[in-house]
Design a protein around this ligand. Structure first.
Ligand SMILES: *[C@@H]1O[C@H](CO)[C@@H](O)[C@H](O)[C@H]1NC(C)=O
Ligand SMILES: *[C@@H]1O[C@H](CO)[C@@H](O)[C@H](O)[C@H]1NC(C)=O
Ligand SMILES: *[C@@H]1O[C@H](CO)[C@@H](O)[C@H](O)[C@H]1NC(C)=O
Ligand SMILES: *[C@@H]1O[C@H](CO)[C@@H](O)[C@H](O)[C@H]1NC(C)=O
Ligand SMILES: *[C@@H]1O[C@H](CO)[C@@H](O)[C@H](O)[C@H]1NC(C)=O
Ligand SMILES: *[C@@H]1O[C@H](CO)[C@@H](O)[C@H](O)[C@H]1NC(C)=O
Ligand SMILES: *[C@H]1O[C@H](CO)[C@@H](O)[C@H](O)[C@H]1NC(C)=O
Length: 172
């Protein structure tokens, strides 16, 4: 039994996405360059010590991310719906509660949710259960999740991004 405070201390913080791969149910590697958040996604995953999380991942392929859309949208933006669709199809973000069930100091289940916010409407209120492994003395987080629709497994590596030296953070 790992003390809960040790688990939260290891998980809490900001994590930067390093790598994202998908294996089909038959174990075949699926080329990520044609769908979802693409071959070189940018992402940030945050866990607070108080039980909340957020995950934001975007594709970086310029062809999927037209820069001519703006926020807030304008009344005449209907001409840009296909541009918005492209951005929407290649972005993922959600936030909500999280909980952890640690099996030991490095392995466990982490549940994202119930989600309080999700860019995808039908994700609000859901729970996303994942397995996690802490690697490299806690500096790398490996998360894998089964897509219940097709049995594929998404595997993501995240590097801890918190600044070790707090004096480097400028407060003004
Ligand atoms: C593995 O599964 C995927 C998705 O169902 C399919 O496209 C692919 O052809 C399969 N590969 C093999 C070697 O069976
Ligand atoms: C916005 O930019 C994209 C990509 O550069 C382009 O394909 C699209 O036609 C542009 N949309 C409008 C309405 O100009
Ligand atoms: C869209 O509306 C904005 C401001 O509401 C205006 O500046 C722009 O010229 C309009 N674009 C088109 C293509 O009508
Ligand atoms: C989310 O977590 C907070 C803090 O632990 C808790 O008060 C709240 O009931 C949780 N919400 C849900 C929907 O579980
Ligand atoms: C932690 O649990 C995982 C999964 O059960 C196991 O593979 C791993 O060897 C365990 N690690 C330690 C240090 O016990
Ligand atoms: C998560 O871990 C459990 C227990 O070790 C295992 O049965 C399950 O297949 C794992 N899930 C994934 C997606 O690897
Ligand atoms: C979480 O852990 C339980 C118990 O080991 C396991 O049955 C379940 O498959 C795990 N969740 C995932 C997403 O693998």
């Amino acid at each position: 039994m790992v003390p809960p405070s040790d688990v939260i201390k290891a998980i809490a913080g900001a994590w930067v996405l390093i790598n994202n791969t998908i294996l089909d149910a038959n174990g075949t590697y699926r080329d990520p360059s044609t769908f979802g958040t693409g071959a070189n996604p940018a992402g940030l995953l945050m866990y607070t010590p108080g039980g909340y999380m957020s995950a934001s991942i975007e594709a970086t392929e310029p062809a999927w991310r037209p820069t001519n859309i703006s926020w807030p949208t304008r009344d005449n933006d209907s001409v840009l719906d296909s541009d918005w669709a492209s951005v929407g199809r290649h972005t993922l973000s959600y936030a909500g509660n999280y909980s952890v069930r640690a099996w030991n100091a490095t392995h466990g289940n982490i549940t994202h949710g119930p989600l309080l916010y999700a860019y995808l409407p039908n994700m609000v209120g859901t729970r996303q259960e994942r397995n996690y492994t802490l690697l490299e003395g806690g500096n790398m987080l490996y998360v894998n999740a089964i897509n219940t629709k097709d049995g594929s497994v998404g595997a993501l590596y995240w590097r801890k991004a918190d600044q070790k030296n707090i004096s480097e953070i400028v407060v003004s």
